[in-house]
Write a protein that binds this ligand. Structure first.
Ligand code: ADP
Ligand code: ZN
Ligand code: ZN
Length: 825
C-alpha cells in the first residue's frame, strides 16, 4: 500500500493538542502543559484523567481543554494513556472555572483541580487487571492460571494479586496475558470514596411482636423467662420506628450479648443496610422560613425579587448587591430567587462564610422549598464530602449550600448564585489555591450565565464601589420589617483612665450590666476583637498611636529586637518611652483578652452567669455549639467572645451589646482595618434588640473621633464608605486597582530581607519599563507574623493597574504569591 502525498506531508502539529494540569509537586506543576493526543485516544474528553511523561517519570494529569500550539515551538509529547474512571472527573463548567482560578490567582492548576475533587481521589490511582471474555486457547502455566482465577470475581488492583515471583515478575506476567488479550490492564481511579458503608439494623420479628404485645399488657409471656435487658430491647423496638433501630445503637445501650440472645430466640430480625452518609438525611426542615406565613413582601423585597427574576430569566450575570441592614429580610428574597431558578430548571448555589451559618440557612430554605440540598463545608468527614460530591456531580441536587469550598462544587450547570454576607474575610482561602470565593462566584456566574446575588448589611468597600460605578446593580433595604434599630453610645476610654478606672469595663458598661433585667430574660453580649493583640503602641492619655513618619500608618511592635516597624514601607523606629504627642509615660501595647473580661464581669457581678466563646473554646469540637445553644436557651446571661459572637446570632432576648475594645483592629497597619472595624461594630450592634425590647449598644474606644466609629454611632454608613473609597482611589487599591502580595520566608532574617529588597528593585524596574500599567511596589516589610515555622517573613506589595503583568511568571520558592490578598499583614 502506498501513501498519498497528503498523508505523507500531514504535519505532526496537526495532531490534536490539549492542555493538561499535571499533578506533580513543586514548581513543575505551576502551569498547564501541552500534550498531543494520540490517535488511539481520539475520543479523549475534557476533564478526563490521563497518564503523561513528565520529566523522567510518569505523572497523573487532568485534561483541562484544547490547546492551540505548544509555546516556544517545542514538539509536544504524546499522552501515554487514559486513566479509567466514570468519564470526565469534572464537568466543562467546573473546568473552565479551574482554568480561571489557576490564571487569576497564579495557582498550580493541579492544586485547583485537587480542591475540586473529593479528598484523596487522585491518590486512588491503581493499575487494575480485569479478565477479558476471551477463552484460553493455549496452555498456561499454574501461576498464570492462578492469576486468572483471582480475576474471576471481577477486576482486581495489580497490587492486591498474589504472585510467587515478586512485583516485577507479576507485572511481566500480566503484560504477557494482556498481550494475548486474556487480561486488560488499566490505570484506574478507584471510586470517589471508601465506598458505601453498611450497617446492621434490628427490628422485631413476628413472634417478637407478639411477645412485646404481651409485655405491654403487663403480662408474662410464655416460654423461657426474659432478662430485664431483653425486655428493655423488645420494648424499645416496639415503640421505636417501624423500620427498626441501628444495631450499633441498641447494643451500645443494652449490650451486644442481649441482642445476640434475642436473635437466637428468633424474637428479632437483623438486616444489613447501606448507611446513607448524607449529612442532611435525617434532619427535618426548619419551622421558620424566609418570612412569616401570610405576610407580604415589603416594597424593597419586591424590588429585589423583581431584579433577581429578571437576571435569572435573562441569564444576566451582573452581580446584584442586596445592601440590606441586619434583619431586613434578605432570606425571603433568596427563597423567591431560588424558586425562580428551579422553575427555570437550573440549580442554585448558596455560599455562607462560616460553617455555623450553613445549617440555620439550610433549615430556613427547606422550610419554604421542597428541595434536595447538598451541604459542602470543611466540617464534614471525608466520606460525607465524597458522597455529597457524587450527588452534585450526578446532578441529583437542587441547591448546594456551603462555605467557600462550595464554589468549587462539580455543578454541570447553575442558574443562580447567592453569596450571603459577601463582605466576610472568610471567603478568602488562606492556602493554595488562594481564591476569593465571592469573586470566584462572580466569575462562575459569568461562565454559566447565572444570576449572582451578593447580600450584606455591611458590603465590602470594593463591592459598594462597584455598585456605585455601575458595574454591579444595587438594591437597598434600609429598614427592618419588624422592630427598631438599637441605640448606640460611645464611651471614651481615655476619660475612664483619667477617672482612675484601670479595668477593661467602663463605668457605663458596668452600669448597663448591673441594670440587665435577668428576671425578664434579658441577656448581654460582650465583644472583643483580639486580632492584633499587643501589637500597637497607644497612649492611654491622649489616644495617640505611634505612626510611621513616612507613611503615617501605625507602627507595629516586634518583640524580636524590641523595635517598631512600619509594615507599609519597612522603616524601623526605636521604641518611644514617652508619647510623642503629649509626653505621657503611659503608653502601652494595646491588648487584653476574653478571659480577663470574663473574670472582671464575674467579679463585679456575681449574680450574672457568664460564658465565653473565643478561638480557644471553638477549637474543641462541638464546644462552640454548646456555648451558643446554652446562651440561646437562656442558661447563661452574658456571652463574652471574639468576633465569633458578633456574627449571625439571632437571639431576641439580647438587649445589650458591649464592644470592649473597638480599637484594636482599627490600628492594625492594614488598609482594610477601618472597614473591618466598621463591619464588626455594625454586625455586633445588630445583635441587640431583635425582640420586643429595644436594644442598646455601648462601644468602648480610645479614638471616639475615628470615622469608622463615628459612622456606626451616627448610623451614617454612606459617609464612611465615601471617605474609604476616596482613600482607595488615592492609593490605587481595590476597586480602583489590584493588590498582589509576595511573601518570602527564609531561616535567616537578613537573607530574607535582602531577597525582598532584590525583588523590590527588580519589580520596580519592570514597572518603570511599563509592564502592567501604573503599578507601585512597596516593601520589603516584615510580615505581621514576622517569624513562622522558624522562618523570617517579609512582604512585598504591588498595587495598581496590573500587578500580575509586572510580576510575570510567579517567582517560586522561597516566595509565595497572594493575588487579591485579604490583608497586607
Ligand atoms: P436578614 O437576613 O436580612 O438579616 P432575615 O431574612 O433573617 O433578615 O429576616 C429578619 C426577620 O424578618 C425574620 O424573622 C423574617 O421572618 C422577618 N421578615 C422577613 N420578611 C418579612 C416581611 N415581608 N414581613 C414581615 N416579616 C418579615
Ligand atoms: Zn499621648
Ligand atoms: Zn512607613
Amino acid at each position: 500500500m502506498t501513501l498519498g502525498l497528503d498523508e505523507v506531508r500531514a504535519p505532526m502539529s496537526a495532531a490534536r493538542l490539549v492542555e493538561v494540569a499535571v499533578d506533580a509537586a513543586g514548581a513543575g506543576g505551576a502551569r498547564p502543559f501541552t500534550y498531543a493526543v494520540p490517535e488511539t485516544l481520539a475520543d479523549l474528553l475534557r476533564g478526563e484523567a490521563v497518564l503523561v511523561d513528565f520529566g523522567r517519570r510518569q505523572a497523573l494529569g487532568i485534561v483541562l481543554g484544547e490547546a492551540m500550539a505548544a509555546p516556544g515551538g517545542t514538539e509536544p509529547k504524546p499522552i501515554v494513556d487514559r486513566v479509567r474512571s466514570d468519564g470526565p472527573l469534572l464537568p466543562p463548567l467546573t473546568l473552565r472555572l479551574a482554568r480561571w482560578i489557576a490564571d487569576h490567582y497564579l495557582a498550580p492548576p493541579a492544586l485547583v483541580i485537587r480542591a475540586m475533587l473529593p479528598p484523596g481521589l487522585l491518590e486512588r490511582l491503581k493499575l487494575v487487571a480485569e479478565r477479558t471474555p476471551r477463552e484460553v486457547a493455549t496452555v498456561l502455566d499454574d501461576v498464570d492460571i492462578h492469576l486468572l482465577d483471582q480475576l474471576a470475581g471481577g477486576p482486581v488492583p495489580a497490587r492486591d494479586l498474589a504472585a510467587p515471583d515478586g512485583r516485577a515478575g507479576l507485572l511481566r506476567r500480566l503484560r504477557a496475558l494482556a498481550a494475548r488479550d486474556l487480561v486488560s490492564l488499566d490505570w484506574t481511579l478507584l471510586g470517589a470514596s471508601a465506598g458505601p458503608r453498611f450497617e446492621r439494623w434490628v427490628r422485631l420479628s413476628a413472634s417478637g411482636g407478639d411477645v412485646a404485645a404481651v409485655l405491654s399488657r403487663g403480662e408474662r409471656p410464655s416460654g423461657r423467662p426474659l432478662g430485664p435487658r431483653q425486655v428493655a430491647v423488645l420494648q424499645e423496638l416496639a415503640y421505636g420506628p417501624a423500620d427498626g433501630v441501628a444495631a450499633g445503637d441498641l447494643s451500645g445501650r443494652h449490650g451486644s450479648a442481649t441482642l445476640a440472645a434475642l436473635a437466637r430466640r428468633g424474637l428479632v430480625d437483623t438486616e444489613v443496610r447501606e448507611r446513607p452518609r448524607r449529612p442532611l438525611a435525617t434532619r427535618p426542615p426548619g419551622l421558620r422560613g424566609g418570612r412569616p406565613p401570610r405576610s407580604h413582601r415589603s416594597s424593597a423585597q419586591a424590588t429585589a425579587v423583581a431584579a433577581a427574576t429578571a437576571a435569572i430569566e435573562g441569564r444576566d450575570p451582573t452581580p446584584l448587591l442586596l445592601d440590606g441592614v441586619t434583619g431586613s429580610g434578605k432570606t425571603a428574597i433568596y427563597v423567591d430567587a431560588i424558586a425562580t431558578a428551579l422553575a427555570a430548571g437550573r440549580p442554585a448555589l448558596v455560599l455562607v462564610p462560616e460553617i455555623a451559618l450553613a445549617l440555620p440557612l439550610v433549615d430556613r430554605l427547606r422550610a419554604d422549598l421542597d428541595v434536595r440540598v447538598a451541604l459542602v463545608h470543611s466540617g464534614l468527614n471525608e466520606g460525607e464530602r465524597a458522597d455529597e460530591w457524587r450527588r452534585i456531580r450526578a446532578g441529583d441536587v437542587d441547591i448546594v449550600v456551603g462555605t467557600r469550598l462550595a464554589v468549587l462544587a462539580p455543578l454541570a450547570d447553575v442558574g443562580l448564585i447567592i453569596v450571603d454576607e459577601e463582605h466576610d474575610p472568610a471567603y478568602k482561602s488562606d492556602r493554595t489555591p488562594r481564591f476569593q470565593a465571592r469573586d470566584t462566584a462572580i466569575r462562575l456566574g459569568l461562565e454559566a450565565g447565572a444570576a449572582v446575588i451578593l447580600g450584606s448589611a455591611t458590603p465590602a468597600v470594593e463591592s459598594l464601589g462597584r455598585a456605585l460605578d455601575g458595574t454591579y446593580r444595587r438594591v437597598e433595604l434600609p429598614d427592618r420589617p419588624v422592630g427598631e434599630a438599637p441605640s448606640v453610645e460611645v464611651v471614651d476610654l481615655r476619660a475612664e483612665l483619667a477617672a482612675g478606672n484601670r479595668g477593661l469595663i467602663s463605668g457605663a458598661l458596668d452600669t448597663a450590666l448591673a441594670q440587665l433585667d435577668t428576671d425578664a430574660g434579658e441577656q448581654a453580649i460582650l465583644v472583643l476583637n483580639r486580632r492584633g493583640t499587643a501589637s500597637v503602641v497607644l497612649c492611654r492619655d491622649c489616644g495617640h498611636v505611634q505612626g510611621c513618619p513616612d507613611c503615617e500608618r501605625p507602627l507595629v511592635y516586634h518583640q524580636a529586637g524590641g523595635t517598631l516597624r512600619c509594615h507599609h514601607c519597612g522603616r524601623a523606629t526605636p521604641l518611644a518611652t514617652r508619647c510623642p504627642a503629649c509626653g505621657s509615660p503611659r503608653i502601652r501595647y494595646l491588648g487584653g483578652g476574653t478571659e480577663r473580661v470574663e473574670r472582671e464581669v464575674r467579679a463585679a457581678h456575681p449574680r450574672l452567669r457568664v460564658a465565653r466563646l473565643d478561638r480557644d473554646v471553638a477549637e474543641r469540637r462541638g464546644a462552640a455549639a454548646r456555648v451558643i445553644d446554652a446562651f440561646s436557651a437562656g442558661e447563661t446571661d452574658v456571652l463574652v467572645g471574639t468576633s465569633l459572637v458578633a456574627k449571625g446570632l439571632d437571639i431576641p432576648t439580647v438587649t445589650l451589646v458591649g464592644v470592649v475594645s473597638s480599637d484594636i483592629a482599627l490600628n492594625l497597619p492594614d488598609e482594610r482595618a477601618a472597614e473591618r472595624t466598621f463591619q464588626l461594630l455594625t454586625q455586633a450592634v445588630g445583635r441587640a434588640g431583635r425582640g420586643d425590647r429595644r436594644g442598646r449598644a455601648i462601644l468602648q474606644t480610645y479614638q471616639p473621633e475615628h470615622p469608622a466609629i463615628v459612622a456606626v454611632a451616627n448610623r451614617d454608613a454612606a459617609t464612611f464608605y465615601r471617605s474609604e473609597l476616596d482613600l482607595r482611589e488615592r492609593f490605587g487599591s481595590p476597586p480602583f486597582g489590584t493588590l498582589l502580595k509576595l511573601t518570602v520566608a527564609l531561616p535567616d532574617r537578613d537573607a530574607a530581607e535582602e531577597t525582598g529588597r532584590a525583588m523590590v528593585t527588580g519589580l520596580r524596574d519592570r514597572a518603570a519599563a511599563g509592564a502592567g500599567g501604573r503599578v507601585s511596589v512597596m516593601g520589603p516589610a516584615p510580615a505581621y507574623i514576622a517569624r513562622r515555622n522558624d522562618r523570617w517573613r517579609f512582604n512585598v506589595v504591588l498595587r495598581g493597574d496590573d500587578p500580575v503583568g509586572v510580576l510575570g511568571e510567579p517567582p517560586g520558592m522561597p516566595w509565595s504569591v497572594d493575588v487579591d490578598p485579604e490583608t497586607l499583614l
